[in-house]
Write a protein that binds this ligand. Structure first.
Ligand code: BTN
Length: 351
């Protein structure tokens, strides 16, 4: 259970009530948005009843339902209701409330279990669902990683999120999509967690203090040089204890909870991530992001100046990480001083 700030009595004036917008069809989502917006203050039962055009008993029974879904909503006879805590289990009404709060809307599909959220997005893209949209799952049975690897996706507290797009633009325009998202997600996580130790290990890993915090996977279907569909997926370790992961992962993994010893509010985090991904996608297809990417990269580059080994098929190269170029290649400074451009490969940091 992750907590919201502890409740307060409002001394002067009243709590600002957010207007219900047209698209907000789910009354529970609007109710939760009022509670989020008023936090840490309470919202009175009569205000909720008036805004939702419901009786106070109706409000109570909706709150009871949300409680049964694992949300902690405190009630006080004099003050009303306040959101006190949320579960790690994803709740669509709460996620939509946070999405509205962040003024970024796209359709969201939540699952308790799927094979892979990227695969689910592919299926929805094939069945003509309106883009963009997002898919989240509490657990993945066949989470996919880069280079055909498995992504360990246990239930309870991590984010497994994928978004689907139909860009219909030249493939070259989005060649740096994953790096651009990595840079922006990394900046956001640094701000969210108040640490600058979060970095990117080229091309798709997000690290904290030398251990893996998240992985990103972009998959596209290309038709005559044009991107027909694009899937971006991120697996972020949030409220889990990677020490309990299988042995080969435990040593190299870390979660956000490990960083500040507190449970993170997963719905707020997921809504903010979705907003960033949607914005990054928009920038990527509508403007030239190359300069901003090159300019921002050194600040988040996990490999800069480090001795690394790069495995490209049957070849292995040894050198020092020296940033990226405009095409998104990793630049490796070899021992003879030459710079090798690495387009793809597996990277090992040597100590
Ligand atoms: C990697 O580090 O190799 C990339 C891992 C990407 C994992 C995420 S979890 C959500 C989405 N669904 C998947 O099957 N994979 C991505």
């Amino acid at each position: 259970m992750s907590k919201y700030p502890s409740g307060k009595r409002k001394k002067i004036g009243s709590v600002k009530i957010v207007p219900r917008s047209k698209g907000e069809k789910d009354p529970s989502s609007y109710l939760l948005r009022m509670l989020i917006n008023a936090s840490p203050y309470y919202v009175s039962g009569s205000v909720l009843a008036q805004k939702l055009k419901m009786s106070r008993v109706g409000i109570w029974s909706r709150i009871d339902k949300l409680r049964k879904a694992g949300l902690r909503i405190e009630a006080s006879q004099n003050l009303g209701y306040r959101l006190a805590g949320e579960p790690n289990q994803l709740n669509l009404s709460l996620l939509n409330a946070w999405m509205k709060e962040n003024r970024k809307i796209c359709d969201v599909f939540i699952h308790d279990e799927v094979d892979s959220t990227n695969s689910e997005v592919e299926r929805l893209l094939a069945s003509d669902v309106k883009t963009p949209f997002a898919v989240l799952s509490n657990r993945q049975k066949k989470g996919r990683g880069r280079l055909g690897r498995h992504w360990h996706s246990p239930k309870g507290g991590n984010i497994y999120l994928s978004l689907g797009f139909r860009p219909n633009i030249q493939a070259i325009r989005i060649r740096n999509f994953t790096l651009w998202l990595g840079l922006n997600i990394c900046r956001f996580l640094r701000h969210f967690m108040s640490t600058d130790k979060i970095k990117i290990k080229w091309p798709n890993d997000i690290y904290f203090d030398g251990r893996k915090l998240a992985g990103m996977l972009t998959e596209a279907s290309i038709d005559c040089e044009s991107i027909r569909s694009l899937v971006f997926g991120i697996g972020l370790n949030v409220n889990t204890q990677p020490q309990r992961y299988p042995k080969n992962l435990a040593m190299h993994s870390v979660s956000l909870q490990n960083i500040n010893a507190e449970q993170i509010r997963i719905h707020e985090l997921a809504a903010k991530l979705i907003k960033i991904i949607l914005n990054c996608y928009k920038n990527c297809i509508s403007q030239n992001i190359q300069d901003q990417l090159l300019c921002g990269w050194p600040e988040v580059d996990e490999l800069s100046g480090k001795k690394i080994e790069v495995y490209c098929g049957k070849e292995t190269f040894l050198g020092k990480g020296s940033g990226i170029d405009t095409e998104g290649n990793l630049l490796l400074k070899l021992r003879n001083g030459r710079i090798k451009k690495v387009h793809s490969g597996e990277i090992e940091v040597l100590v």
